[in-house]
Design a protein around this ligand. Structure first.
Ligand code: TYD
Length: 406
């Protein structure tokens, strides 16, 4: 459905930036190749007023998130990242064991598990029932619901107010962001802090990460529109940090009490201006770069295939669905993709009909080339599977530029 108003400022003037064409919902893996695939537009635009870069259309959240495939626990590096984040928050805010920590979009409880190890009171809120179930099995108290102001009002009656509210890799997925932030304000203690981590637009543009554009990601955040979002008196955005997860992310900090805006926030805002992050020309240049990158990758894979090489993919990431569909690399070229997420194994990548298998398959098959679709985990994947590189086999990293590892 077409989005009529900007979700941050409510204005309806948009600047069209570029289009990735019609693509399937990236995480909707198919049970069989007979299953019908739905394609929806992936058009990117910018609000002319607050400068939020966003998709023009959305698929209802209930359709995308009620049963979900994304589980960060499959990555050791992400687990380590969350462990550090939990420790850092615990120390910075001098938390105590009776302080309530709420994680919105808590997934299988990976981050909350680290807070539990620090003896905190924890509560997860997770809309996907299959994943909320996994968290409960791990003993992580989890409310299976979307988060909004109405839910926040109900929850404070039972749980009281939260000292810390976290949301990692969630904000970009939320359509009604004002209601979400309103809910955070209701749920947060007077001296509590809201901490959100999400992919950063400047990284996406600078590193050609076009495949991270998919229907679940409704917003592509820079700091500028976030300053607008937090300009109401309820919550103040006071600090920002950059992190390397998911191709480059930022962590924002907001509270009711803290009014002092940190230097890192001012610096990052200045860098966005320097980089012309809100100029239309930045996006036409980006689109030229990614079109050329997609052609190069396709030509390389086609040439290898015509020489009889066996080519597979590693990591059935959502971004892989977009990369394969945008470059037109289907099961004619990529024999299969391996992935260590049990939910994905046996299924097919929508639009390209490539089947997903456990990682073990590539050890018996020994393909000549493996395209690393989950390039955000490349260090972990390469170190885990480096023995496969023997005998002239190769890995290809597609983003930010075609890189061949032998
Ligand atoms: P993910 O990081 O969740 O990206 P996206 O948001 O685009 O889906 O995807 C990573 C995928 O890669 C996930 O399905 C798990 C898989 N994976 C492996 O198969 N092996 C590995 O060693 C790692 C780290 C990830």
């Amino acid at each position: 459905m077409r989005i009529l108003k900007c979700r941050i400022c409510g204005k309806n003037q948009f600047i069209d930036l570029f289009s990735l064409g019609k693509q399937p919902p990236a995480n909707n893996f198919l049970s069989s190749t007979e299953q019908e695939v739905e394609f929806y537009p992936l058009d990117v635009r910018m609000c002319d007023h607050c400068k939020l870069v966003q998709l023009s259309d959305r698929i209802l959240a209930e359709k995308l998130f009620s049963n979900y495939n994304y589980i960060p626990s499959v990555s050791k590096n992400l687990d380590f990242h969350f462990q550090l984040l939990a420790k850092q928050i615990w120390k910075r805010y001098k938390l105590k064991s009776d302080d309530l920590i709420v994680d919105i979009g808590s997934n299988d409880g990976l981050l909350l598990g680290h807070f539990r190890s620090l003896n905190a009171q924890i509560l997860g809120i997770e809309p996907a029932s299959n994943i909320a179930g996994l968290a409960k099995e791990r003993g992580i108290p989890t409310i299976n619901s979307f988060f909004n102001a109405t839910l926040a009002k109900q929850l404070i009656k039972t749980y009281g107010k939260a000292k810390i509210i976290t949301a990692t890799n969630v904000l970009a997925h939320v359509h009604n962001i004002k209601d979400f932030i309103n809910g955070v304000e209701i749920f947060l203690d007077e001296d509590g802090v809201f901490i959100a981590e999400f992919p950063y637009l400047a990284d996406l543009i600078q590193k050609n990460e076009f495949d991270t554009i998919y229907h679940e990601h409704l917003s592509y955040f820079s700091l500028k529109p976030l300053v607008y979002l937090f300009s109401n008196p309820g919550l103040n955005l006071f600090d920002v940090e950059t992190t390397s997860v998911h191709g480059g992310s930022i962590v924002i900090y907001a509270s009711k009490k803290e009014k002092q805006v940190g230097i890192s926030l001012k610096n990052l805002l200045a860098r966005e201006e320097e980089f012309k992050l809100h100029d239309k020309s930045t996006y036409s240049d980006f689109f030229k770069r990614i079109s050329s990158l997609a052609s190069k990758l396709r030509e390389h894979i086609c040439a290898q295939k015509s020489m009889g090489r066996k080519i597979i993919g590693i990591g059935a990431a959502a971004k892989g669905t977009i990369l394969l569909n945008f470059t037109g690399l289907d099961s004619t070229y990529i024999e299969y993709v391996v992935d260590n997420t049990p939910y994905k194994q046996g299924k097919f990548i929508p639009g390209v009909n490539i089947q997903i298998f456990p990682e073990g398959k590539m050890y018996t098959d020994k393909p000549d080339i493996a395209l690393i679709l989950a390039w955000n985990h490349q260090e972990e994947i390469i170190s885990k599977h480096s023995q496969l590189l023997k005998d002239d086999r190769k890995f290809i990293i597609p983003i930010p530029n075609l890189k061949i590892i032998s």
